[in-house]
Design a protein around this ligand. Structure first.
Ligand code: ATP
Ligand code: MG
Length: 261
């Protein structure tokens, strides 16, 4: 099952796309692990998870006691001794919630880049992500925050594909290009573009004309229904048939491209 990271400029629709892809795979019967790697998590809402279920959900990065227990050092401390390879195998099941075939885990603010701090929390989160990428046979989708500088080399090499989301605009595509360059530098080879909030064919043409050389997996139309769904806490997958259909096409294209390798 593919392991995918979704990135792009702020507000382009990373979380919306991650939620759509999670449902497409879940409906096929895959075990889906959705990982929210945003310091202010909102994938749970985009997935329309019930509040009773997500009430106890807390980003792993904020679990000071747990980090202390596993690494032997308090989060935020540097220089002292701590375990670089703490036990993490029990964490995904213990701290995630499951709904409609999708298991959701919140990581919180994660610094995975090589230049990041060498501290207990980053050691634990890196170990956890490596564990998720290597040892779990789920379809895995990571909803990242904007940029790729948070994604370290080791992790990047284990992701099957990174999807950059872009709107039809120069700024958003400029960010996509920057991400593409950084991603390339840290060794991510399978990088794809998805266009979101397309108003018409001209927008799609603009995206194709200004793509930073990335294969385009597909596009999602802009719809008022997506905003409505967001407001009412219903997943776009259920509320907006055009988005569901577009997400299926994106997955079909992704399957086709990953298969070719
Ligand atoms: N296809 C679409 N049509 C209309 N509105 C959309 C569409 N896709 C996303 N949106 C809206 O745009 C806003 C941002 O979407 P989303 O949260 O998915 O972006 P994001 O890239 O994850 O943002 P952030 O950078 O804050 O994490 C939301 O209000 C969402 O409902
Ligand atoms: Mg988001």
């Amino acid at each position: 099952m593919p392991k995918i990271a979704v990135t792009g400029k702020g507000g382009v629709g990373k979380t919306t796309l991650a939620s759509l892809l999670a449902y497409v795979y879940a409906e096929r019967g895959a075990n889906v692990l959705a990982i929210d790697v945003d310091p202010s998590p909102c994938l749970a809402d985009a997935l329309g998870f019930p509040k009773e279920l997500t009430a106890e959900l807390r980003p792993i990065a904020e679990m000071d006691e747990l980090i202390y227990e596993r690494t032997g050092a308090k989060p935020g401390t540097t220089g002292g001794y701590f375990k670089l390879n703490p036990r993490v195998d029990d964490l995904p099941d213990r701290f995630s919630v499951l709904h409609r075939g999708i298991r959701l885990l919140e990581l919180g603010a994660v610094e995975l880049g090589g230049s990041g701090c060498i501290c207990p929390e980053s050691a634990m989160l890196k170990t956890l992500i490596t564990h998720l990428l290597v040892y779990r046979d789920d379809f895995l989708i990571m909803d990242m925050y904007a940029g790729v500088e948070h994604l370290g080399r080791a992790t990047a090499g284990m992701v099957d594909a990174m999807i950059v989301v872009a709107e039809p605009g120069r700024r958003s595509l400029g960010t996509a290009e920057q991400i593409a360059r950084l991603a390339h530098d840290i060794g991510i080879r399978d990088l794809y573009l998805v266009g979101n909030k397309m108003r018409n064919e001209a927008d799609v043409a603009f995206l194709h004309a200004h793509s930073p050389g990335l294969p385009i997996l597909g596009t999602l139309p802009v719809t008022a229904a997506a905003v409505e769904a967001d407001l009412s806490g219903v997943p776009a997958y259920d509320a907006v048939p055009q988005l569901q259909a577009a997400a299926r096409e994106i997955v079909a294209e992704l399957d086709r491209l990953l298969e070719k390798e």
